[in-house]
Design a protein. Structure first.
Lengths: 115, 113
């Protein structure tokens, strides 16, 4: 079974700073996808970024980028030039298909951007 | 605009009562999912469906049931067998294909009276 671990329950940074959220995972599959989702106070889940395990190049989406270390099973999210609107819960998730076709989520990191 | 609609936003259940949460999507997605979120926890998979008239149990299916009679709709019934139903329920959908991103509705908050 897959597991996803987010070791930082809460983080707080000043606006415009760069922040990195950690995620490690465990899987026996060779091909899989990893995701970061954002859940603001409205509680809607918003896709931030997606990474395919076979791709060595780290995914980027504007101010959001990942550091994917496949051998170490690590998938951290970097947010550059943080903004007040980035305040939210951030969830790391793993997908490998097979017998369980949904996403496996970590417990989340509550990110607070201070003005 | 295309999206996923969950209703109601808030729902209250009496002891021994079954309740049904609605999920409708107009994204023409083949796959649909139900997740449960508890405070301080990530989302956990209840049921999923890849095609009409077929669905599979997820990690915490006990006390829940689903149907998939139409591509657009995937209702979730919380039965009286679910002893701790108070949670936030999220429905999601995705295109067919390995690793397609899941898109989520706004959720339903279920509470016990």
């Amino acid at each position: 079974a897959q597991t996803v671990t987010q070791s930082q329950p809460e983080m707080s940074v000043q606006e415009a700073e760069t922040v990195t959220l950690s995620c490690t995972y465990d899987t026996s599959e060779s091909n899989y996808y990893l995701f970061w989702y954002k859940q603001p106070p409205s509680r809607q889940m918003i896709l931030v970024i997606r990474q395919e395990a076979y791709k060595q190049q780290n995914a980027t989406e504007n101010r959001f980028s990942v550091n994917f270390q496949k051998a170490a099973k690590s998938f951290s999210l970097k947010i550059s030039d943080s903004q007040l609107g980035d305040t939210a819960m951030y969830f790391c998730a793993h997908y490998s298909g097979g017998g369980a076709d949904g996403l496996t989520f970590g417990k989340g990191t509550h990110l607070i951007i201070q003005p | 605009d295309g999206g996923i609609t969950q209703s109601p936003k808030y729902l209250f259940r009496k002891e021994g009562q079954n309740v049904t949460l609605s999920c409708e999507q107009n994204l023409n997605h083949d796959a649909m999912y139900w997740y449960r979120q508890d405070p301080g926890q990530g989302l956990r998979l209840i049921y999923y469906s890849q095609i009409v008239n077929d669905f599979q149990k997820g990690d915490i299916a006990e006390g829940y049931s689903v149907s998939r009679e139409k591509k657009e709709s995937f209702p979730l019934t919380v039965t009286s067998a679910q002893k701790n139903p108070t949670a936030f329920y999220l429905c999601a959908s995705s295109k067919e294909g390995f690793g397609q991103p899941q898109h989520f509705g706004d959720g339903t908050r279920l509470s016990i009276l």
